[in-house]
Design a protein around this ligand. Structure first.
Ligand code: NAP
Length: 179
């Protein structure tokens, strides 16, 4: 694996988010295990109050069952109009200031696009690596469902923010409010 993982500080990310024009949240299985759907909605609320455009990129197989992310986000009253399917959101990443990957892994693995010998070659992915900045919220070095390494985590554009997703998002809400 080329490159190294870069850990970023919560305050730095809060500042990036607070002063962004457009932020895209990409939820995955870890959002479900952390039960972080309410916390992500709260973060969206404080950002939108500051004038930041917030969208959610929903991969068709994110989570562990069809429609998993839609169910969770609806439970937290995330407006349906903020949810974007893969084909809709992919063209938007190049104009996104910060993509926040929340407990997602396989659905943002660029090897599916870039490495023809990968077991997941050809699987459609959410192309977060085209954004100006990517922040990945996860607990540590855990793999996704596929068990594969994810080169996204080693790209210069990516910063890792470790911790349980609900806890990290809750702390980001407070930090953005003071930014
Ligand atoms: P994923 O690839 O399974 O990755 C989930 C990530 O969440 C892990 O890398 C894990 O890393 C992190 N995580 C776990 N608990 C967390 C917590 N409490 N807080 C923060 N992060 C946490 O998830 P995905 O990107 O959603 O991809 C779904 C996968 O499941 C695909 O491979 C898909 O094909 C497969 N699948 C989907 C369905 C479906 O119908 N949706 C059905 C069967 C299989 P850490 O351990 O480091 O935290």
């Amino acid at each position: 694996q080329q490159g190294s993982m870069r850990e970023v500080g919560l305050e730095d990310i809060a500042t990036q988010l607070a002063y962004a024009n457009k932020v895209v949240f990409v939820p995955g299985y870890g959002l479900a295990t952390a039960q972080a759907q309410h916390a992500v909605r709260e973060l969206a609320d404080v950002l939108e109050k500051r004038g930041v455009t917030v969208k959610y990129g929903i991969h068709p197989v994110a989570g562990r069952m069809p429609g998993h992310m839609n169910v969770l986000l609806a439970e937290a009253n995330v407006p349906y109009s903020s949810l974007y399917e893969l084909e809709q959101i992919n063209p938007e990443f190049s104009t996104t200031d910060v993509s926040v990957v929340i407990g997602a892994n396989d659905v943002v693995n660029p090897d599916a696009r870039d490495n023809p010998s990968s077991p997941i070659a050809g699987m459609p992915i959410l192309e977060v690596d085209r954004s100006k900045s990517v922040v990945v919220l996860k607990r540590g070095q855990g793999k996704g469902f596929s068990g594969l390494e994810n080169p996204l985590f080693f790209k210069p554009v990516t910063g890792m923010l470790y911790g349980d997703a609900k806890d990290t998002l809750t702390r980001l809400v407070q930090a953005v409010q003071h930014a």
